[in-house]
Ligand binder design. Structure first.
Ligand code: ADP
Length: 463
């Protein structure tokens, strides 16, 4: 295993810090500690766990500015987005600090006078999490907070690109009084650490946010020990703009959905399907606004689009754009880059493409970049068929002021998260997750703690 991980700033290519990678023995030890501390932590009363989670949230808020700066430096996202992510990350901790106190069981009327039936909930055990680089804080807390609230212990492996935010969050958890073995961080390369996690007999649950291919591997490898799995995987979000839509709202919300984190979120709009009667107006208004977006280093004031995370991500974006253009897409703006492979930074200017069709890679594969392809439809059914045509089912958006259209789309779109006149649906109090190859399970809301709980049924006889 590699001895260190070089963390660089994707806006400049400069080295920020070299992080020690944990050895196989160290990772095994962390898992054993997590397992051994489970007995005590799971028996800590829910009010105490809630109190500690609230203290953790408070500590994070006290370090909001430092954390946001670290996040921008290692992930490239604009500082105002990093500050927003700190709030988003603590909103999960605050929510599950409350939910910890509401893990209710139930009693079931028995079919004989001599019995009583009690159903209770208990934590699944040690949870191992693997998180991505696009939301280094929030993707961790929305796993750690329900896990700890439920009484599970937790070990996380952050993405190699962005371990520093996570390491800081774990440090703050310990400062807040959460025992060191209850929440831990290990560093290393995905496939190596993933294997150790899935093969470990101590780990009872794997929770992962990342790409669909890696999610499939983790599901497969978890089978040998029948672990619980939660998977937040890739997406390919459609935006459907119906003929009666409020076009200005649709433009504003599509931009909010598409260009957050330079288009690198799994619920980013990945294709826009516009009714053919309004496509000219929509495309013109959208392009006018997209051209105003400021590209730059996330630490600079006013930056709205930072760099993309790394060369691999950059190459994928460029190949999708070139493929679309070679197959007839029209460039309305963008298709411009500021990249330096030697230094290691990659900026992609926000790009709008028109006349795209389903034969283009961009209409099938997740883009993870600031590229917005527009296509048209005539009938709603056609829009639904196009929207549902990929293996993904994470987020979908539609714009209409007609309630029949809205209800029709809501009922026919095979997606776990739907935004109706809303491009920013994520919230700690609502269940986030995908259908089809976009995942298993939900994070957030009352649903988000369920995956960390087992149901135990007690039948008392002889009464
Ligand atoms: P991306 O390609 O966008 O980086 P990944 O799914 O590769 O998405 O990465 C998300 C997380 O999964 C990261 O923490 C990464 O280290 C981890 N990872 C990558 N490959 C594997 C693997 N084979 N097994 C387990 N984790 C992995």
């Amino acid at each position: 295993m590699a001895a260190t991980i070089k963390v660089t700033n994707p806006a400049t290519g400069e080295l920020i810090q070299e992080v020690k990678a944990d050895t196989e023995e160290e990772i095994h030890l962390a898992l054993r500690r997590g397992h051994e501390s489970f007995r005590k932590w799971s028996k800590t009363n829910a009010h105490e766990r809630s109190r500690l989670l609230k203290l953790w949230s408070k500590k994070i808020q006290e370090h909001k500015d430092d954390l946001a700066k670290i996040m921008t430096m290692e992930s490239g996202k604009p500082l105002h987005e990093s500050l927003g992510e700190v709030d988003y990350a603590t909103s999960y901790i605050d929510w599950y600090a409350e939910e910890a106190k509401r893990l209710y069981g139930r009693t079931i009327p028995a079919n004989t006078e001599s019995k009583r039936i009690i159903v209770s909930r208990q934590p699944v055990g040690l949870v191992a999490a693997i998180t991505p680089w696009n939301f280094p804080a929030a993707m961790m807390t929305r796993k750690a907070a329900p896990a700890l609230a439920a009484g599970c212990t937790f070990v996380v492996k952050p993405a190699e690109d962005t371990p520093l935010t996570t390491m800081k969050l774990i440090e703050l958890a310990h400062e807040a009084g959460i025992p060191a073995d209850v929440i831990q961080c290990v560093n290393g390369y995905g496939s190596e650490v993933g294997k150790i996690f899935t093969e470990s007999k101590y780990v009872r649950k794997i929770t992962f946010t990342g790409s669909t291919p890696v999610g499939k591997l983790l599901i497969r490898d978890s089978a040998s020990t029948v672990k619980h799995v939660s998977m937040e995987l890739g997406g390919h979000a459609p935006v459907i703009v119906a003929h009666d839509a409020d076009i200005d709202l649709a433009v504003e919300q599509t931009i909010a959905s598409k260009f957050r984190n330079a288009g690198q979120t799994c619920i980013c709009a990945n294709r826009v399907l516009v009714h053919e009667s309004i496509v000219e107006e929509f495309a013109e208004k959208l392009t006018k606004e997209v051209k105003k977006l400021k590209v730059g280093n996330g630490l600079e004031k006013g930056t709205q689009i930072g760099p993309v995370i790394n060369e691999k991500g950059f190459n994928k974006i460029v190949s999708q754009v070139n493929d679309a253009i070679s197959k007839g897409a029209e460039v309305l703006c963008g298709n411009k880059y500021n990249a330096n492979r030697e230094k290691g930074y990659f900026f992609v200017y926000p790009t709008v493409l028109k006349n795209v069709n389903e034969n283009m890679k961009i209409m099938q594969e997740e883009t993870f970049g600031p590229i917005l392809p527009i296509t048209t439809f005539q009938e709603l059914e056609e829009a639904v068929n196009i929207a549902n045509s990929t293996p993904y089912g994470l987020a979908a958006y539609f714009f209409t002021n007609d309630y029949r259209t809205g209800i029709y789309l809501h009922e026919h779109l095979d997606f776990g998260i739907i935004g109706w006149n809303d491009g920013s649906p994520s919230a700690a109090h609502a269940p986030f997750g995908g259908m089809k190859e976009s995942g298993i399970g939900r994070e957030g809301g009352v649903e988000g703690i369920e995956p960390y709980l087992e149901t135990k049924y007690l039948s008392i006889g002889g009464i």
